[in-house]
Design a protein around this ligand. Structure first.
Ligand code: BEZ
Length: 250
Protein backbone atom coordinates (compact mmCIF):
# COMPACT_ATOMS: atom_id res chain seq x y z
CA UNK A 1 0.00 0.00 0.00
CA UNK A 2 1.31 3.46 -0.94
CA UNK A 3 1.14 5.93 1.93
CA UNK A 4 0.35 9.62 1.61
CA UNK A 5 2.49 11.08 4.41
CA UNK A 6 0.87 14.53 4.20
CA UNK A 7 -2.74 13.27 4.39
CA UNK A 8 -1.64 10.99 7.23
CA UNK A 9 -0.26 13.88 9.30
CA UNK A 10 -2.87 16.50 8.38
CA UNK A 11 -6.07 14.48 8.66
CA UNK A 12 -5.17 11.52 10.82
CA UNK A 13 -3.15 13.08 13.61
CA UNK A 14 -5.34 11.12 16.04
CA UNK A 15 -3.19 8.03 15.34
CA UNK A 16 -0.22 9.69 17.07
CA UNK A 17 -2.42 11.38 19.70
CA UNK A 18 -3.88 8.06 20.89
CA UNK A 19 -0.44 6.49 20.57
CA UNK A 20 0.71 8.65 23.46
CA UNK A 21 -1.36 6.42 25.77
CA UNK A 22 0.61 3.43 24.52
CA UNK A 23 3.84 5.29 25.30
CA UNK A 24 2.66 5.27 28.91
CA UNK A 25 2.92 1.46 28.80
CA UNK A 26 6.39 1.68 27.24
CA UNK A 27 7.71 4.12 29.89
CA UNK A 28 10.97 4.77 28.03
CA UNK A 29 14.01 5.39 30.23
CA UNK A 30 17.05 7.60 29.71
CA UNK A 31 19.83 5.70 27.92
CA UNK A 32 17.68 2.77 26.76
CA UNK A 33 18.03 1.52 23.19
CA UNK A 34 14.49 1.50 21.72
CA UNK A 35 13.07 0.57 18.31
CA UNK A 36 9.83 2.04 16.91
CA UNK A 37 8.39 -0.43 14.37
CA UNK A 38 6.27 1.24 11.69
CA UNK A 39 7.29 4.71 12.82
CA UNK A 40 5.38 6.52 10.04
CA UNK A 41 6.29 10.21 9.99
CA UNK A 42 8.15 9.87 13.31
CA UNK A 43 5.81 11.77 15.67
CA UNK A 44 5.83 9.10 18.40
CA UNK A 45 9.49 8.22 17.76
CA UNK A 46 10.37 11.82 18.62
CA UNK A 47 8.33 11.59 21.83
CA UNK A 48 10.31 8.51 22.84
CA UNK A 49 13.53 10.45 22.15
CA UNK A 50 12.43 13.18 24.60
CA UNK A 51 12.84 10.63 27.44
CA UNK A 52 16.56 10.49 26.70
CA UNK A 53 16.33 7.01 25.19
CA UNK A 54 18.30 6.27 22.00
CA UNK A 55 15.54 5.58 19.53
CA UNK A 56 15.53 4.20 16.00
CA UNK A 57 12.51 4.22 13.69
CA UNK A 58 11.79 1.75 10.90
CA UNK A 59 9.01 1.76 8.33
CA UNK A 60 8.39 -0.08 5.06
CA UNK A 61 7.20 3.09 3.35
CA UNK A 62 9.90 5.24 1.71
CA UNK A 63 7.49 8.22 1.73
CA UNK A 64 7.11 7.98 5.52
CA UNK A 65 10.85 7.55 6.14
CA UNK A 66 11.65 10.52 3.92
CA UNK A 67 9.24 12.77 5.83
CA UNK A 68 10.36 11.49 9.27
CA UNK A 69 14.03 12.13 8.41
CA UNK A 70 13.23 15.61 7.15
CA UNK A 71 11.23 16.60 10.26
CA UNK A 72 13.40 14.86 12.89
CA UNK A 73 16.97 14.91 11.50
CA UNK A 74 18.44 14.09 14.94
CA UNK A 75 16.76 10.63 14.91
CA UNK A 76 17.84 7.61 12.86
CA UNK A 77 15.16 6.28 10.52
CA UNK A 78 15.49 3.34 8.16
CA UNK A 79 13.31 1.81 5.46
CA UNK A 80 12.90 -1.78 6.63
CA UNK A 81 10.45 -4.70 6.43
CA UNK A 82 9.12 -5.33 9.97
CA UNK A 83 9.18 -9.10 9.40
CA UNK A 84 12.79 -9.19 8.23
CA UNK A 85 15.25 -6.78 9.83
CA UNK A 86 18.26 -6.93 12.09
CA UNK A 87 20.50 -4.41 13.82
CA UNK A 88 23.98 -4.86 15.23
CA UNK A 89 22.82 -4.15 18.77
CA UNK A 90 19.75 -5.76 20.34
CA UNK A 91 17.09 -3.44 21.77
CA UNK A 92 15.96 -2.92 25.37
CA UNK A 93 12.43 -2.30 24.10
CA UNK A 94 10.40 -2.42 20.91
CA UNK A 95 7.38 -0.16 20.47
CA UNK A 96 4.68 -0.07 17.82
CA UNK A 97 1.40 1.78 17.40
CA UNK A 98 -1.35 1.05 14.83
CA UNK A 99 0.94 -0.94 12.54
CA UNK A 100 0.76 -4.68 13.23
CA UNK A 101 -2.68 -5.02 11.62
CA UNK A 102 -1.06 -4.16 8.26
CA UNK A 103 1.27 -7.13 8.47
CA UNK A 104 0.01 -10.49 7.25
CA UNK A 105 2.73 -12.70 8.61
CA UNK A 106 2.26 -12.07 12.35
CA UNK A 107 4.33 -15.09 13.30
CA UNK A 108 7.34 -13.83 11.38
CA UNK A 109 6.80 -10.27 12.67
CA UNK A 110 6.74 -11.28 16.33
CA UNK A 111 9.64 -13.72 15.87
CA UNK A 112 11.76 -11.03 14.17
CA UNK A 113 11.07 -8.61 17.03
CA UNK A 114 11.87 -11.31 19.60
CA UNK A 115 15.21 -11.99 17.87
CA UNK A 116 16.07 -8.27 18.00
CA UNK A 117 15.29 -7.86 21.72
CA UNK A 118 17.70 -8.30 24.63
CA UNK A 119 16.78 -10.94 27.16
CA UNK A 120 14.52 -9.11 29.63
CA UNK A 121 13.54 -6.63 26.91
CA UNK A 122 9.94 -5.58 26.42
CA UNK A 123 7.60 -5.35 23.46
CA UNK A 124 4.80 -2.79 23.79
CA UNK A 125 2.25 -2.36 21.02
CA UNK A 126 -1.29 -1.47 20.08
CA UNK A 127 -3.13 -2.72 17.00
CA UNK A 128 -6.66 -3.17 15.70
CA UNK A 129 -8.43 -6.07 17.44
CA UNK A 130 -10.94 -8.56 16.06
CA UNK A 131 -14.00 -6.74 14.58
CA UNK A 132 -12.05 -3.49 14.32
CA UNK A 133 -13.64 -1.02 11.82
CA UNK A 134 -16.12 -3.68 10.77
CA UNK A 135 -18.84 -1.14 9.89
CA UNK A 136 -16.50 0.75 7.57
CA UNK A 137 -15.12 -2.29 5.76
CA UNK A 138 -18.61 -3.80 5.43
CA UNK A 139 -20.00 -0.57 3.95
CA UNK A 140 -17.15 -0.36 1.41
CA UNK A 141 -17.53 -4.02 0.44
CA UNK A 142 -21.31 -3.70 0.09
CA UNK A 143 -20.96 -0.81 -2.37
CA UNK A 144 -18.29 -2.68 -4.36
CA UNK A 145 -20.62 -5.69 -4.64
CA UNK A 146 -23.58 -3.55 -5.67
CA UNK A 147 -21.51 -1.83 -8.36
CA UNK A 148 -20.22 -5.11 -9.82
CA UNK A 149 -16.69 -5.13 -8.33
CA UNK A 150 -17.07 -8.30 -6.27
CA UNK A 151 -13.44 -9.33 -6.95
CA UNK A 152 -12.19 -6.22 -5.18
CA UNK A 153 -13.81 -7.38 -1.95
CA UNK A 154 -11.65 -10.50 -1.79
CA UNK A 155 -8.47 -8.84 -0.57
CA UNK A 156 -7.23 -9.44 2.96
CA UNK A 157 -6.34 -5.86 3.73
CA UNK A 158 -5.81 -6.12 7.49
CA UNK A 159 -5.11 -8.72 10.14
CA UNK A 160 -7.26 -8.06 13.21
CA UNK A 161 -6.46 -10.44 16.05
CA UNK A 162 -8.33 -11.25 19.25
CA UNK A 163 -6.40 -10.96 22.52
CA UNK A 164 -6.55 -14.75 22.84
CA UNK A 165 -5.04 -15.41 19.39
CA UNK A 166 -2.28 -12.88 19.95
CA UNK A 167 -1.47 -14.25 23.41
CA UNK A 168 -1.03 -17.80 22.09
CA UNK A 169 1.28 -16.61 19.33
CA UNK A 170 3.40 -14.52 21.71
CA UNK A 171 3.75 -17.33 24.23
CA UNK A 172 4.66 -19.89 21.57
CA UNK A 173 7.51 -17.64 20.46
CA UNK A 174 8.79 -17.31 24.04
CA UNK A 175 7.32 -14.02 25.26
CA UNK A 176 5.73 -13.73 28.69
CA UNK A 177 2.68 -11.50 28.70
CA UNK A 178 2.82 -8.77 31.27
CA UNK A 179 -0.41 -7.00 30.28
CA UNK A 180 -2.98 -7.44 27.52
CA UNK A 181 -6.27 -5.61 27.01
CA UNK A 182 -8.90 -5.33 24.31
CA UNK A 183 -11.26 -2.35 24.32
CA UNK A 184 -13.65 -0.38 22.12
CA UNK A 185 -12.49 3.10 21.25
CA UNK A 186 -14.82 4.92 18.84
CA UNK A 187 -12.46 7.47 17.31
CA UNK A 188 -13.57 10.90 16.18
CA UNK A 189 -12.54 11.75 12.64
CA UNK A 190 -11.66 15.28 11.75
CA UNK A 191 -14.22 17.48 9.93
CA UNK A 192 -17.27 16.92 7.74
CA UNK A 193 -15.16 14.86 5.30
CA UNK A 194 -13.71 12.77 8.11
CA UNK A 195 -15.11 9.44 6.94
CA UNK A 196 -14.34 10.12 3.28
CA UNK A 197 -10.72 10.99 4.15
CA UNK A 198 -10.41 7.88 6.29
CA UNK A 199 -11.61 5.62 3.47
CA UNK A 200 -9.37 7.41 0.93
CA UNK A 201 -6.31 6.87 3.09
CA UNK A 202 -6.87 3.52 4.72
CA UNK A 203 -9.19 1.57 2.39
CA UNK A 204 -7.78 2.59 -1.00
CA UNK A 205 -6.55 -0.94 -1.98
CA UNK A 206 -10.22 -2.01 -2.22
CA UNK A 207 -10.52 0.36 -5.19
CA UNK A 208 -7.52 -0.75 -7.22
CA UNK A 209 -8.10 -0.76 -11.00
CA UNK A 210 -11.24 1.36 -10.63
CA UNK A 211 -11.34 4.80 -12.26
CA UNK A 212 -10.99 7.83 -10.03
CA UNK A 213 -14.47 9.01 -10.97
CA UNK A 214 -16.15 5.68 -10.18
CA UNK A 215 -14.14 5.34 -6.99
CA UNK A 216 -15.31 8.74 -5.75
CA UNK A 217 -18.95 7.87 -6.43
CA UNK A 218 -18.59 4.60 -4.51
CA UNK A 219 -16.88 6.26 -1.57
CA UNK A 220 -19.70 8.82 -1.39
CA UNK A 221 -22.20 5.92 -1.32
CA UNK A 222 -20.33 4.11 1.45
CA UNK A 223 -20.10 7.34 3.46
CA UNK A 224 -23.86 7.91 3.06
CA UNK A 225 -24.57 4.37 4.34
CA UNK A 226 -22.24 4.85 7.32
CA UNK A 227 -24.16 7.91 8.47
CA UNK A 228 -26.57 5.58 10.25
CA UNK A 229 -23.94 3.83 12.37
CA UNK A 230 -20.83 6.04 12.52
CA UNK A 231 -22.14 9.60 12.67
CA UNK A 232 -23.33 11.14 15.91
CA UNK A 233 -24.04 14.72 16.97
CA UNK A 234 -22.50 16.10 13.80
CA UNK A 235 -19.30 14.09 14.11
CA UNK A 236 -17.84 11.08 12.29
CA UNK A 237 -16.44 8.18 14.29
CA UNK A 238 -14.39 5.18 13.18
CA UNK A 239 -15.48 2.01 15.02
CA UNK A 240 -12.05 1.14 16.39
CA UNK A 241 -11.45 -1.78 18.74
CA UNK A 242 -7.94 -1.85 20.17
CA UNK A 243 -5.65 -4.59 21.36
CA UNK A 244 -2.83 -3.35 23.62
CA UNK A 245 0.00 -5.60 24.79
CA UNK A 246 3.11 -5.54 26.93
CA UNK A 247 5.20 -8.72 26.63
CA UNK A 248 8.65 -9.59 27.95
CA UNK A 249 11.42 -11.69 26.43
CA UNK A 250 12.37 -13.74 29.51
C1 BEZ B 1 -6.39 0.96 13.06
O1 BEZ B 1 -5.62 1.76 13.57
O2 BEZ B 1 -7.02 0.14 13.72
C2 BEZ B 1 -6.58 0.94 11.60
C3 BEZ B 1 -6.32 2.07 10.88
C4 BEZ B 1 -6.49 2.04 9.53
C5 BEZ B 1 -6.91 0.90 8.89
C6 BEZ B 1 -7.18 -0.22 9.61
C7 BEZ B 1 -7.03 -0.20 10.98
Amino acid sequence: MKWNATLYDNKHGFVAKYGEDVLGWLAPQHGENILDVGCGTGTLTSKIAVSGAMVTGIDASPEMIEKATEVFPHIQFFERDATDFSFEKKFDAVFSNAVFHWIKNQQQLLQCIYDNLQTGGRLVYEMGAKHNIENIHNAVKKVLMEEGFEKNTNIELNYFSSAAQQAVMLENIGFTISNIIQFERPTELSGTDGMKNWIMQFAQPFFSNITEEKKNVMIEKAVAALKETNFENGKWYADYIRLRVKAIKK
